[in-house]
Design a binder for this molecule. Structure first.
Ligand code: UGA
Length: 449
């Protein structure tokens, strides 16, 4: 049976959760304090780029199962379960900024009238539930009943709708029977996957350790990748050779520029802080961070070795988003590469299928930085092409045309998108990561002046 669900925050997790819960039959009221966002979403226009979201948003608005509002009371009066999905961005010191979580907790505390289950969905450090509970209790007074639970999300950008509707597990962290059974009622009838029912703090820790483990896998293969270069071995073959062992698993073993986004880097750093704050040595996780930060340095060193002098070189950059199928640039390699190459005096021509507008706001165009609308426009007259994101569109480009448009056909591939032999045959001087036999030079076929 459908339940009334309120959602505070219509950012990434909030919007996908709102649409997903409406789709499986619940009645959802989603709150955002920004009236423009509420107007856009109420109109059926998604505020993020996510496959499948548009269709589900429109269908559930039309079916009356989903509505958006700026008024907290609309969610409070219509729902027994309230999800907190507001942003928890990292502060300058690396800790999560929990001011939005506190603000919503205060609003809930002021408006509480009858039992509510408050569920943390935003990724938060362990013990945040305690502070949500305390904040609400101080304002609501002892006569009002409520519980605070944790239900972390495991959505990947680019496949978040599918991940929500077909999860591999659901984690429910609740410290009372009432909270646990409400969350089971919400999920059990609609999802056919294991449900891990645990305490609130355990659920918070599961979220951070899941992302930190994924980050560790990526840094591990990137470390191996550097060794592969020295030994003349292809890291992709090593990854396949180890990944077929189900204890290791083949996912998240793609070597390249490392992990970005708003989740892996943030959760890793938050876990380090929680552990160190509790006196636990997590030097291993610090190394995972260090290896990741060094990936961009490695790529730029290859570019500089290939071009010798960077000043006044025209460099095409493919890929602004932190990964394909999203317009999100948080933690993306482009954020490190663009200012560094620009600072070195290069002329940059930047292309991404979805995310250039966001980078443009941070680094406005000038006479040495242009944002273009197609891959071919980016490579025209370029001295080199640098690939930062593994969009499928780049993989399927007409390489002959790319090469013929470039001034010198040099490709520095931070995502190992191409087969070295294929690039050699197409006449490119091709550099990639972790492929010992793959980094080679060919004489440029032609040099335009
Ligand atoms: C990640 C987790 O995968 C989700 O399970 C989790 O729910 C989410 O964080 C979150 O906490 O909200 P996401 O940030 O969307 O999802 O991105 P991933 O698909 O995990 O990719 C992260 C980064 O790792 C990307 O920059 C990607 O390019 C990189 N990556 C991924 C690699 O460098 N190699 C790989 O083999 C895989």
């Amino acid at each position: 049976m459908g339940m009334g669900v309120g959602i505070f925050g219509t950012g990434y997790a909030g919007l996908v959760t709102a649409v997903g819960l409406a789709e499986v039959g619940h009645t959802v009221t989603a709150i955002d304090k920004d009236p423009d966002i509420v107007a856009r979403l109420s109109d059926g226009t998604p505020t993020i780029h996510e496959p499948g979201l548009q269709e589900l948003l429109t269908a559930n608005l039309e079916a009356g199962k989903l509505r958006f509002s700026t008024r907290a009371e609309d969610a409070m009066s219509a729902s027994k379960i309230i999800f907190l999905c507001v942003g928890t961005p990292p502060r300058a010191d690396g800790q999560a900024d929990l001011s939005q979580v506190e603000e919503v907790s205060r609003t809930i505390g002021q408006q509480l009238d009858g039992y509510k289950l408050i569920v943390e969905k935003s990724t938060v450090p362990a013990r945040t539930a305690y502070w949500i509970d305390t904040t609400i209790r101080r304002l609501a007074g002892p006569e009002h009943e409520f519980d605070v639970a944790s239900n972390p999300e495991f959505l990947r950008e680019g496949s978040a709708v599918r991940d929500f509707l077909r999860p591999d597990r659901i984690v429910i962290g609740a410290d009372t029977d009432r909270a646990r059974s409400l969350l089971l009622d919400l999920y059990e009838p609609n999802f056919d996957c294991p449900i891990v029912s645990t305490s609130v703090t355990t659920a918070e820790l599961i979220k951070q350790t899941a992302n930190s483990f994924l980050a560790t896998k990526i840094s591990f293969i990137n470390m191996v990748s550097d060794l592969c270069e020295e030994l003349g071995v292809d890291v992709a073959t090593v990854a396949r050779g180890i990944g077929l062992d189900p204890r290791i698993g083949s996912h998240f073993l793609n070597a390249g520029l490392g992990f970005g986004g708003s989740c892996l880097p943030k959760d890793l750093s938050a876990l380090i802080r929680v552990a160190e704050g509790n006196g636990v040595d997590v030097g291993m996780l610090r190394e995972v961070e260090r290896i990741n930060t060094a990936r961009v340095d490695r790529l730029l060193a290859k570019l500089e070795r290939a071009l010798w002098v960077l000043r006044n070189k025209v460099i095409a950059l493919f890929g602004v988003a932190f990964k394909p199928d999203t317009d999100d640039i948080r933690g993306a390699p482009s954020l490190g590469v663009v200012p560094r190459l620009h600072g070195a005096g290069a002329c940059l021509r930047v292309y991404d299928p979805a995310a250039t507008r966001k980078l443009e706001r941070l680094y406005p165009p000038d006479d040495r930085l242009t944002y273009v609308d197609s891959a071919f426009e980016a490579v025209r007259d370029a001295h080199a092409l640098v690939i930062l994101t593994d969009w499928e569109e780049f993989r399927s480009l007409d390489l002959g045309r790319v090469g013929s448009l470039m001034r010198t056909p040099i490709v520095v591939d931070g995502r190992n998108l191409f087969e070295p032999a294929q690039m050699q045959a197409a006449g490119f001087e091709y550099y990639s990561l972790g492929r010992g036999e793959a980094t080679f030079r060919t004489e440029p076929k032609r040099v335009h002046v």
